[in-house]
Design a protein around this ligand. Structure first.
Ligand code: FAD
Ligand code: SF4
Length: 478
């Protein structure tokens, strides 16, 4: 096992994320040794291929076997580094996913038509038998989203997730990151994440018992000071391999079958894991490497400095960016409808946004960022992952959160000096892309709404949007 500091500097990763990865690795090595394995652990090393070559030269193995890497092109590079030393390489399939490329290709067909998440999800439901009653979906429907999406109520609270105090191994990872990556963004704070399989199983069990039932109704809600809401926080454990996707959805299904959690919540959660997660993994492998460079809407505004600092008067962004800086986590709807939505409607440059998410999130890896950011969030893939862009004005943010109350900007205004920036940017986004979105059945009504406005109103909104973009380009405070 190799700790590559060169790899950790590829983008300026959040300190907390680096601690997580090194703590998981160090604990895993200790568990392997306790189980009788010999581990060649290269701590605080620099370059991965050089260390791999040094390992091969020292141990002269008959072959090197490793699991397919989750990052495009990396398996090929490692294979070449080992084969150059005359040692054969065997690559085994990735164990963190349930789907195969063939299952995705079957849906795409020879003409390579667009595959929707919903279609792929049903294939995964049938394959795994999760939430299936014979050939039929449990409860008679595949998707219970209509029963979810409740607005947040005042005083909404959920059980706190379990916290895991650092032991000596985790502390060694904290010390290493503090010493080696002082300039990286974010704070380590009171580190309390799951770093062993044992911890991860406790996290899963706690989520299923305490929060799964409310996951569905409140999955789109955002409340100030309530960072996790009813989300599972399982992505970090899942993406580092501490948990597997099947055991998670099997435990969730058991909760439904035993009456612990309602079907709409369990189905909504299962859809995230064997629907969305498997889908984006397949889209990544199908579309890379060109997918990462897509910019279908021609967005060119540089990423503003406040994404790193959190220094903005926009309350929704300040709240979410504060959470990211302190915990390297924000839940899905904050990522999509606050951070992502702003980047989309302001026309921020997709690859810079992608790399920011990749660096700052505890669960961020290339395979999951590229389809989520370039595809789902920024529509830079021209509509492959989602037919309709996830663009919204303050009306949506106010409906689904309590952020607008007390914000210095006026959520009901689009053109004035104190108007909420989301409003002008939203309508400017529609105007900029009028020709593209007019034929889209899911956008047509919005385009018509814009077209029907009086010319002076449109001009005032676009002037306000122009001023905001000018300030973004000049890195002035908003
Ligand atoms: P929950 O809300 O409890 O969901 C359960 C699980 O479903 C997650 O743990 C995750 O494994 C899976 N999941 C749900 N949606 C997705 C999705 N769209 N893609 C992949 N898995 C999904 N997820 C990551 O794992 N890593 C990322 O770097 C990441 N970046 C994102 C960036 C943007 C802009 C957006 C819009 C989404 C991103 N997601 C990412 C997807 C999703 O937001 C996170 O998986 C989720 O917020 C993690 O928190 P949780 O474990 O509490 O999730
Ligand atoms: Fe965000 Fe606008 Fe609401 Fe302020 S008014 S919190 S900037 S949506």
């Amino acid at each position: 096992m190799i700790e590559s500091t060169a790899r950790a500097r590829l983008v300026p990763y959040h300190k907390r994320k680096l601690v997580l990865i090194y703590a998981v690795m160090r604990h895993f090595a200790a568990d392997l040794r306790a189980a009788g394995w010999t581990v060649d652990y290269r701590a605080e090393a620099d370059d991965y291929p050089a260390e791999l070559a040094a390992h091969v030269e020292r141990f002269r193995p008959r072959a090197v076997r490793f699991m397919e890497q989750s990052e495009f092109g990396r398996s090929d590079r490692y294979r070449a580094a080992v084969e150059a030393l005359g040692v054969p390489v065997e690559i085994t399939p990735h164990t963190g996913f349930l789907s195969t490329a063939a299952e995705f290709d079957r849906l795409a067909g020879t003409a390579d038509k667009r595959v929707t998440m919903e279609t792929f999800y049903r294939v995964m439901r049938r394959k795994t038998g999760i939430l299936m009653d014979g050939a039929e979906p449990a409860g008679g429907a595949w998707n219970y989203d209509a029963e979810n999406r409740e607005r947040p109520r005042a005083g909404l609270r959920f059980a706190d997730p379990p916290r895991f105090a650092p032991d000596a191994i985790t502390q060694s990872a904290i010390d290493f990151v503090t010493r080696t990556f002082p300039d990286h963004p974010g704070t380590i704070g009171e580190f309390s994440l799951a770093v062993t399989r044992r911890d991860a199983l406790v996290l899963l069990e706690h989520f299923v018992r305490e929060r799964l039932d409310t996951f569905g109704p409140y999955q789109d809600a955002m409340v100030r000071g309530n960072r996790e809401m009813s989300h599972s926080l399982l992505s970090a454990a899942l993406n580092t391999g501490l948990l597997g996707p099947l055991e998670i959805v099997e435990r969730a299904e058991l909760a439904y079958r035993s009456g612990e959690a309602r079907l709409a919540s369990v189905e909504g959660f299962v859809r995230q894991i064997i629907g969305w997660r498997e889908f984006v993994w397949r889209v990544y492998w199908k579309r890379m490497p060109e997918y990462r460079e897509r910019n279908a809407l021609g967005a060119t505004v540089p990423l503003p400095a406040f994404y790193w600092s959190g220094d903005t008067d926009m309350a929704c962004l300040a709240e979410t960016l504060g959470a990211v800086r302190e915990t390297a986590y924000a839940h899905h709807i904050q990522r999509l409808m606050i951070l992502g939505n702003f980047a989309l409607i302001a026309g921020l440059e997709p690859q810079a946004v992608n790399d920011w998410f990749w660096a700052m999130f505890i669960d961020g890896y290339d395979w999951v960022m590229v389809p989520n950011v370039i595809g789902m969030t920024l529509h830079a893939d021209g509509g492959y992952v989602g037919t309709k862009p996830y663009a919204a004005s303050a009306a949506y943010i106010n409906r689904m959160s309590d952020y607008c109350r007390g914000c210095r900007y006026d959520r009901n205004d689009a053109a004035g000096a104190d108007a909420c920036p989301f409003n002008a940017l939203y309508w400017d986004f529609v105007a900029r892309n009028e020709a593209r979105f007019a034929p889209n059945v899911r956008m047509r009504m919005i385009v018509r709404n814009w077209q029907g406005r009086p010319a002076p109103v449109k001009a005032a909104i676009r002037a306000r949007a122009g001023e905001i973009v000018r300030r973004l380009r000049a890195n002035e405070r908003l």
